[in-house]
Design a protein around this ligand. Structure first.
Ligand code: NA7
Length: 539
């Protein structure tokens, strides 16, 4: 006997971060469709529900780290700082959810564990971790680019008698930092933020570094009210400029190659960007080719190396903090990270020189001896881009399994849909744009809404990108990505941070504007290369 379906809806939405919350608004409120949301978290927030570690904040300027669909909200909401912290971002998403009464659509503390397409009735059946089944014609997976944790298994981890936390699974209650001995393993965005926040308070801070990173000041400060007013006065023009830029960060990008100007001019431009703060600005607003030209990249890293040497007093320590590869990882920024290494109670442990042997009851044993600790922080990042999708057992048309379809590498059409998985959309899925996320999420969800309208208006039941359409998108993405330096340096951007994960291209790196033109063109031409299906509407 078939298992009972708890509810049938037009659109199921998995995840309530920026993408999922907007999807609930778009489909459930604006379009008036029946929707059902799910989140394994206890509330809205997405990655910001979980990332509550000390120092956790967006390092994207907030005027492009917010929604564009609601001008009143933008006017009324009082962001405090240029880069909002995790509390403020959660508060913002909660305000949106409350304003549009979105939480009524969502089953929180509920994980979707499986999804299967029924090719007779053209509907998805979703199964939750409680074993309940839901049915939906369309599914939006807003599960997060940086959501599935990369949780290393270090020998002896379970024997530690102090507290051990991953940055992306930080406890909700206050963690006492003052007076503690703290180890931070990892020096990506999260590790750098944690170290900057805990080093001034902790008794001793031990920074376990595998590879150093180039770091630019954040220059966090109260939000610039004049800029906010300017955006309000130029609303459509501003958001168009964000979406039709390369990175969608809301600042003007430079088209000038770094080697086209004199060394003095380069120095002036870099110095100005250093003062202005923000890693993405430094990479993309100074010159147009830092991510692609080895010479331009080297000019930038020479400048950043000089700054590290100026800030860090002990030059032997500075040597260890200077990377020796291209600056082609996700650009970091921090106010104070490098400076902490001038404190006597902040210790850099280079795990290449003195590897971790094991975690003990009392702390961490390296080849140089045991370090006694109260707290160990795993700032070891994420099984990014594809990891969270693969946690859901997904079966599409003709029994196609997502895990098998993606075995060699993740594949999508337009970063939005997967061949053989009709009416299933991914917000910021693999081969999506390599850009600031919230504006891209909105643009993608709007495109999904256009698919839904197209299906309904044309009396269809589903759209499904063909294998050829998917293959052609992969070629487009790879042709661009392999011209960049991001494919030459190991990081989560190319999957090389997680053992066993395919090391490959995961993005469309042609810029947000080009991406917009491509996806809107597909829409305007009536989705060529997509198979459509009519069928029985279920009783
Ligand atoms: P990242 O940027 O992937 O950084 C993870 C860090 O953890 C990085 O320094 C890694 O070293 C280090 N790492 C990972 N595993 C280990 C082990 N086993 N031993 C020692 N060190 C390790 O993750 P984040 O959370 O900081 O940031 C991810 C994104 O989230 C960020 O870019 C923002 O967009 C938000 P490595 O450098 O790889 O040698």
């Amino acid at each position: 006997m078939p298992e009972a379906i708890v509810k049938e809806v037009d659109v199921a939405v998995i995840g309530t971060g920026f993408g999922g919350t907007y999807s609930l608004y778009k489909f459930g409120v604006e379009m008036g469709l029946s929707v059902q949301g799910f989140d394994d978290a206890g509330d809205v927030g997405g990655t910001w529900f979980w990332n509550r570690y000390p120092g956790a904040r967006s390092d994207t300027e907030v005027t492009a780290y917010c929604y564009a669909f609601d001008k009143d909200l933008f006017r009324d909401w009082q962001w405090s700082m240029r880069y909002p912290d995790h509390w403020e971002i959660r508060d913002y998403l909660n305000t949106v959810a409350t304003k549009y009464d979105l939480k009524k659509f969502v089953k929180f503390n509920t994980r979707v564990v499986a999804m299967e397409w029924d090719d007779e009735i053209h509907r998805w059946t979703l199964t939750t971790d409680a074993g309940e089944k839901y049915r939906a014609q369309f599914v939006v997976e807003g599960v997060g680019l940086l959501s599935a944790t990369n949780y290393p298994q270090i020998k002896g981890q379970e024997s530690f008698t102090g507290d051990l936390y991953h940055t992306a699974r930080w406890p909700h209650e206050d963690v006492q930092i003052a007076g503690k001995r703290i180890a931070v393993i990892g020096t990506g965005s999260s590790g750098v933020q944690v170290v900057g926040a805990v080093a001034p308070l902790a008794d001793e801070t031990y920074v376990f570094q595998r590879r150093p990173q180039y770091i630019v000041p954040a220059a966090n400060r109260p939000i610039d009210k004049d800029h906010k007013d300017w955006i309000l006065d130029n609303w459509d023009e501003y958001w168009r400029s964000v979406l039709w830029s390369i990175t969608a960060f809301g600042f003007p990008e430079s088209p000038t190659p770094a080697m086209d100007v004199t060394p003095e001019e380069r120095e002036r431009v870099f110095e100005e960007a250093w003062e202005a703060g923000n890693g993405f600005r430094f990479m993309f607003a100074t010159f147009g080719d830092i991510g692609v030209s080895p010479d331009s990249n080297r000019a930038a890293t020479d400048f950043l190396e000089k700054k590290i040497r100026e800030i860090v007093k002990d030059q032997a320590l500075a040597d260890k903090l200077i990377p020796d590869d291209y600056w082609a990882r996700r650009p970091l920024c921090s106010d104070g990270y490098l400076e902490t290494f001038n404190q006597d109670n902040v210790h850099l442990i280079d795990v290449n020189e003195t590897p971790i042997v094991e975690i003990t009851q009392k702390g961490i044993l390296t080849t140089a001896g045991e370090i006694e600790l109260d707290i160990i922080v795993l700032a070891t990042g994420f099984d990014s881009v594809s990891g969270q999708y693969l946690k859901i057992d997904q079966i599409g048309r003709n029994g196609r399994k997502l895990g098998e379809h993606w075995k060699e590498r993740p594949r999508t059409a337009l970063g939005l849909m997967v061949s053989g998985f009709p009416n299933m959309f991914m917000v910021y899925g693999p081969m999506g744009p390599f850009t600031n996320q919230p504006p891209a999420h909105e643009a993608q969800v709007n495109w999904m809404a256009d698919v839904v309208k197209y299906v309904r208006d044309n009396d269809l039941e589903f759209l499904d990108p063909s294998d050829e359409t998917e293959a052609s998108w992969m070629v487009t993405c790879d042709d661009i990505a392999y011209q960049t330096l991001f494919m030459k340096v190991n990081s989560w951007i190319n999957g090389s941070n997680v053992p066993g994960k395919p090391v490959t291209n995961y993005f469309f790196m042609g810029g947000m504007g080009a991406y917009m033109d491509l996806i809107l063109d597909v829409r305007d031409r009536g989705f060529p290369g997509f198979e459509s299906g009519k069928g029985l509407t279920p009783a």
